[in-house]
Design a protein. Structure first.
Length: 140
């Protein structure tokens, strides 16, 4: 029996984030998680670890995206298993999320597998969004 000498390798499918920042992507403030430059294969499962603190400038309804190797000209949405865009309130720092890479002919997404703990529902009440009735002089 060979001794491993207490050294163990990290699973190559564990992705530890390099940075977490708030950037404006296509005119929308977005929480961007930057991961190391690598090839992330379609249909493969990875463990995404958000190692850095989430910036205090992030708002709870801010969409979350992934950038690769510091390149922010192309970002990939972080979605839940039903393909709904995740918002900043759904993720936690220093947490590992099982994700699946799903690609198309032009882009891709990182899908979080399973349910997210303590993730509030931010669905709108209706479409179109109706404004509350205004009152004039106390009358509605």
């Amino acid at each position: 029996m060979a001794c491993k000498c207490g050294i163990e390798r990290i699973n190559p499918r564990i992705i530890i984030s390099d940075a977490v920042s708030v950037l404006t992507i296509d005119g929308v403030d977005t929480l961007v998680i930057d991961i190391p430059l690598s090839t992330y294969l379609d249909g493969f499962r990875y463990g995404l670890v958000i190692a850095q603190s989430i910036p205090t400038t992030a708002t709870i309804d801010m969409p979350v995206a992934i950038s690769i190797g510091g390149v922010t000209t192309t970002v990939y949405p972080l979605t839940d298993c039903s393909c709904a865009q995740l918002t900043a309130c759904a993720i936690r720092t220093r947490t590992r999320y099982p994700v699946l890479v799903s690609t198309s002919t032009t882009s891709g997404v990182f899908k979080v597998l399973g349910r997210l703990a303590c993730s509030p529902n931010n669905n709108l009440m209706s479409l179109p969004i109706l404004e509350a009735p205004t009152t004039i002089g106390g009358e509605s």
